[in-house]
Design a protein around this ligand. Structure first.
Ligand code: PRP
Length: 175
């Protein structure tokens, strides 16, 4: 099976969206130092650009979850495979996610982080795919939503490929 990539969001559009998100976050967290927690691996590019656009003091940490099952989407069986290092008790937390699909990964991660006593727990996502949702998640800061199914680039992969691409692409499979 051959695959083709169709550009969906070019780097310039991503940059504009991140500037908008950073302005909203800077306004909401004035005088505070939130901890931004990136969900590995996909969010690392977004997180790196977001913290530089924020132009305010932040701390960062990472968490990783894996879902088990078949196919290109989460099975719902999500397990945390790398926990955060930071003590987040009484801290302002912003979880940073590249893409929300079924919502199962975030449901598990937000519940897990919520047990650690943060002062607040918000979610910033670059792309939402609401048509795929199985678990409800509240998104506080959102870059884009799309009806497309499989995106790669800007940190997102297909079998570990394409994470390096500067834009977001739809992967189309030819039969
Ligand atoms: C992707 C993406 C999200 C998750 C979203 O990660 O980065 O974390 O899937 O899916 P969900 O809403 O259906 O749970 P993936 O499991 O592909 O791992 P990766 O980030 O390491 O590429």
């Amino acid at each position: 099976m051959k695959t083709r990539l169709k550009q969906l969001f070019p780097p310039e559009e991503i940059h504009l969206a991140i500037t908008r998100l950073a302005n909203e976050i800077r306004r909401d967290y004035a005088g505070k130092t939130p901890i931004l927690i990136g969900i590995l691996k996909g969010s690392f590019v977004f997180l790196a650009d977001l913290i530089r656009a924020l132009k305010m003091p932040v701390e960062i940490d990472f968490i990783r979850a894996a879902s088990y099952g078949s196919g290109d989407t989460s099975s719902g069986n999500v397990r945390i495979t790398k926990d955060i290092d930071a003590n987040i008790e009484n801290r302002e937390i912003i979880v940073v996610e590249d893409i929300i699909d079924t919502g199962m990964t975030l449901k598990v991660i937000l519940k897990h982080l919520g047990t650690r006593g943060p002062a607040s727990l918000k979610l910033c996502a670059l792309v939402d795919k609401p048509h795929c949702r199985q678990a409800h998640v509240e998104i506080d800061y959102l870059g884009f939503h799309t009806k497309e199914n499989f995106l790669v680039g800007y940190g997102l992969d297909y079998n570990e490929r394409y994470r390096y691409l500067p834009g977001l692409y739809v992967m189309e499979k030819d039969k």
